[in-house]
Design a protein around this ligand. Structure first.
Ligand code: SF4
Length: 361
C-alpha cells in the first residue's frame, strides 16, 4: 500500500486544502472533470465536504457506459436477435437502457449476450465457435481504443471470418470543445482525465486555453492528485494565465503514448458520434477504417445507429452528463432510480455520477 498511502496522507491533504481556501478567488469557481474515476473518487473521499463553498466540482461525460447512446444499445439488441450471433460486452453495458429494453433482458430471453473483460477474448471465442458470428461491443474512450485496435489487427492476422466489432468509441477533447462552448456552465477550468491523457498526452487540450481562455490540469485519481489539480487551476485563475498543466507527470507526458496512438490511427478514423445527452458531436468518435471494413459490424450487418432515440421518462441523465444539474437535481434519484433498479445509465456504472452520488450520499 506504500504508493497509495502517500497520496492519501491527511497532513498533506490538510495543507493543500488550506492553500485552496486561502487562494480561491471570491465568486463562483466551476471546475469540470470528464473522467469516471475522478467522479467516483471525488465522492468516495468526500472531497466535496472539504472544499470552499464557492468551488463547484462538476462531473461531465466521463463514463463511457453512460455516454453510449440509446441508438447504440438498440443497434446491439437488434444484432443479438440476428441468426447465429453472439454479442460480447463489458458487464456494465448490459443494464444500460435502450429505447425499449436492455441487453440484460435480451440475454435472459435469447442467451445471445455474453460478458467479457477484454476485446481480446473475442479472438478465442471466434476460434471456439466457428458457426457463430461473434460481435464485440466496442465502447470506451482513447484508453480502451488501443486494445480494441490490437484485437482487430489480431483478427486480421488470423484471418478470422466470424469476428466483428460495433464501434461506439469516443474521443474526449471534442466533447470538451462542445462543453466549453456552453455558456450555462460558466466553466473556470477543466480537470483533465489521467487515463485518457496517458494515451493522448497533454497537447490535445491546448486549444482550450488558447481559444477559450479556460485553464486545464491533467490530474491523477488519489485525493492528493485531485486536490493538487484543483489548486493548480486556482493558481491559473489568480495569475490570469490559463494553460495546460500536468499534475500527473508520473504517468502522463506531453506527447502521450505514441505506440498506442499509432495503433489507433492504423485501424480507426474519426467520425461524428452520438453521445447520450449531448447529441451529435463532430469528429468525436472512432470508426473502423475501410481497410478493416470486414470486421465492422455496422458495415457487415447493415444495422445503423438510430439518432435521437428517446430517453427513459423523467430521467435527467442528459443534463447530468452535460454538468447542468447534479444527480440530486433529478426527481427520480434515490426514489424510483437506484443501483438495483437503474432508470438511466448514470446510475448503472460505478463510474456514473448518479451511481457515485448514491453510493456515497
Ligand atoms: S438518478 Fe437515475 S433517472 Fe435520474 S438522471 Fe440519474 S440515472 Fe437518470
Amino acid at each position: 500500500m506504500k504508493y497509495i498511502d502517500e497520496f492519501r496522507n491527511k497532513k498533506l491533504i490538510g495543507k493543500i486544502l488550506k492553500k485552496i481556501e486561502a487562494l480561491s478567488p471570491k465568486g463562483a469557481i466551476n471546475i469540470m472533470e470528464v473522467c469516471g474515476t475522478h467522479t467516483q473518487n471525488f465522492r468516495r473521499f468526500r472531497l466535496d465536504k472539504l472544499l470552499p463553498k464557492n468551488l463547484k466540482f462538476i462531473s461531465g461525460p466521463g463514463c463511457p457506459v453512460c455516454v453510449s447512446s440509446q441508438g447504440y444499445i438498440d443497434q446491439a439488441i437488434q444484432l443479438s436477435r440476428q441468426k447465429d450471433t453472439m454479442i460480447l460486452s463489458f458487464g456494465d453495458m448490459l443494464r444500460v437502457p435502450g429505447s425499449k429494453t436492455t441487453l440484460e433482458k435480451e440475454r435472459a430471453r435469447s442467451g445471445n449476450v455474453h460478458v467479457v473483460y477484454s476485446a481480446l477474448e473475442g479472438i478465442k471465442l471466434a476460434q471456439q465457435n466457428p458457426g457463430k458470428k461473434i460481435i464485440f461491443l466496442a465502447v470506451g474512450f482513447e484508453t480502451t481504443a488501443p486494445t480494441i485496435a490490437l484485437s482487430i489487427l489480431a483478427a486480421k492476422k488470423q484471418n478470422l471470418k466470424n469476428l466483428f466489432f460495433l464501434s461506439s468509441l469516443k474521443l474526449i477533447p471534442p466533447a470538451m470543445d462542445y462543453l466549453v462552448r456552453d455558456k450555462r456552465l460558466r466553466l473556470s477550468g477543466f480537470l483533465c482525465p489521467g487515463h485518457v491523457s496517458a494515451i493522448i498526452g497533454t497537447k490535445p487540450y491546448e486549444f482550450i486555453p488558447a481559444k477559450f481562455g479556460i485553464g486545464c490540469c491533467v490530474a491523477g485519481f488519489e485525493p492528493l492528485d485531485i486536490l493538487e489539480g484543483i489548486l493548480v487551476i486556482i493558481e491559473q485563475l489568480i495569475e490570469q494565465r490559463p494553460r495546460v498543466d500536468n499534475q500527473y507527470r508520473r504517468v502522463v507526458t506531453p506527447n502521450g503514448n505514441l505506440k498506442a496512438q499509432q495503433v489507433i490511427a492504423q485501424v480507426f478514423r474519426s467520425n461524428d458520434a452520438f453521445w447520450r445527452g449531448l447529441g451529435k458531436i463532430p469528429k468525436s468518435g472512432l470508426k473502423i477504417k475501410n481497410t478493416f471494413s470486414r470486421f465492422d459490424a455496422e458495415n457487415v450487418f447493415g444495422i445503423k445507429e438510430a439518432p435521437g432515440a428517446r430517453q427513459p421518462a423523467r430521467c435527467k441523465c442528459g443534463d447530468v452528463l452535460k454538468g447542468l444539474i447534479s444527480p440530486l437535481g433529478c426527481p427520480l434519484f434515490s426514489k424510483r432510480c437506484n443501483p438495483d433498479n437503474p432508470v438511466g445509465p448514470c446510475m448503472v456504472s460505478s463510474e456514473g455520477a448518479c451511481n457515485a452520488y448514491y453510493k456515497y450520499k
